[in-house]
Design a protein around this ligand. Sequence first.
Ligand SMILES: [Fe+2]
Length: 463
Amino acid sequence: MNRPPPVDTAHHPHLSGVFAPQRDEVDVRGLRVDGVLPDDLHGTYLRNGPNPRFDPIGTYVYPLDGDAMVHRIDLGDDGLRYTNRFVRTPCVVAEERAGRALWAGITDPYLPPAEEVGPDLAGTMRELPDINVIRHAGSLFALAESAPPYTLGSDLETLARDTFDGALPVGITAHPKVDPATGEMVVFCYVFEAPYLTWAVIAADGTVTREPTPVDGADRPLMIHDMALTSRYAVLVLAPLVFDPSALFSGGSPLTWHPDSGTRIALIPRDGGPVRWHTTDTFWMWHTANAFDRDDGAVVLDYVEWTYPGGFAEVDEPNRSTLQRAVITDAGVTRTPSADGAMEFPRIDDRAVTGRHRTVATIGRSGTADLVAGDADALRWFDVDNGAETTWRAPELSVGEPCFLPSSSGGAGYWGTFATDRADLTSRFVILPADDPGAGPVAQIHVPLRVPAGLHGTWIPRT
Ligand SMILES: [Fe+2]
């Protein structure tokens, strides 16, 4: 098979403008600030995202393709610091040696031969730990979609591909959930062959206390991007986006949407009991906000619901997004919209994971700018108790996923994210007060280089 041609980066919406890859790596102290930095905010914000090391060849499917770059804003006692680094997988190292892209996009069947990448990497898929970044048990993980994460060092240097001493050889989701009460990290992993779906638990000290356990009742390979966690259950939403890797070699899509199949919700008891399944009308979900157990035994799940997976389904109807509440009981699933309009990347104060949350924050659209898929120019907040909505519109900016930044002194806290000016492509880290986020940032920390738009971040408080 011949090496595929370069992707037209100049005309690709996710390889140009605010999404254009950043190839420089810096470590800069003493950042300029507009506004006033809160004196009760101490910690580090990290964000991962797709960022191809070299201009791609073959295909480029956002947000799945691309190498990983992790960006860090440190609000330390000795001042502000910004650092960014590529995650150097063996694929990235091989490409840096060659000085060009060697692997094609994931929907392109081409794999580089041994004469290009050596016998160990020949025929392997590109690794993509570019979705999320989290810290658990003292390790910092760059996470991919159902693949082993890479650990990063204190200077964001790449340390190792981590299979947790071989206990999780196939990998974990990019969206694990940590129970604040127990410190346990619960994960899932989907694979193309039976048992198709497993779950596992990594304790607060990093040991795997539940090795990959099949989710009984999973009967085909589905793409599942996120999960939720209650005190009693791991909650998985199985929408009918079905993998068929063999289709790649006949020129087809490896993912097919089956809208007549219904969407299934699995409640997986954390104590190892039998899985409870429910089937609902078909919908698609990228991301959960949170779930919790109600006193009457019901499980409540808040998430952003889509009509279908845009970009992965050819459906001739508008693709609506709604903030949805699913109440799951023995009698079935009741889904009620809490709010609608453009939204994605729902986040809560992570200290409330497994418990009752009050506020869900998402990205949104001001309605004034013509944005490509995945971009946003507003942040939205929803009070799920009283239905109140707040929006911060910033049509001149591309804004990323909101992340809750707790106050170190018991205050209301803040929301933070990277934002990039569409006109001059400068980036900043914006900090908005959680008790009045619609008022806009109290501080903007200027970043010395452009942070490409897109994907997930985390806040690590200073302890
Ligand atoms: Fe995600």
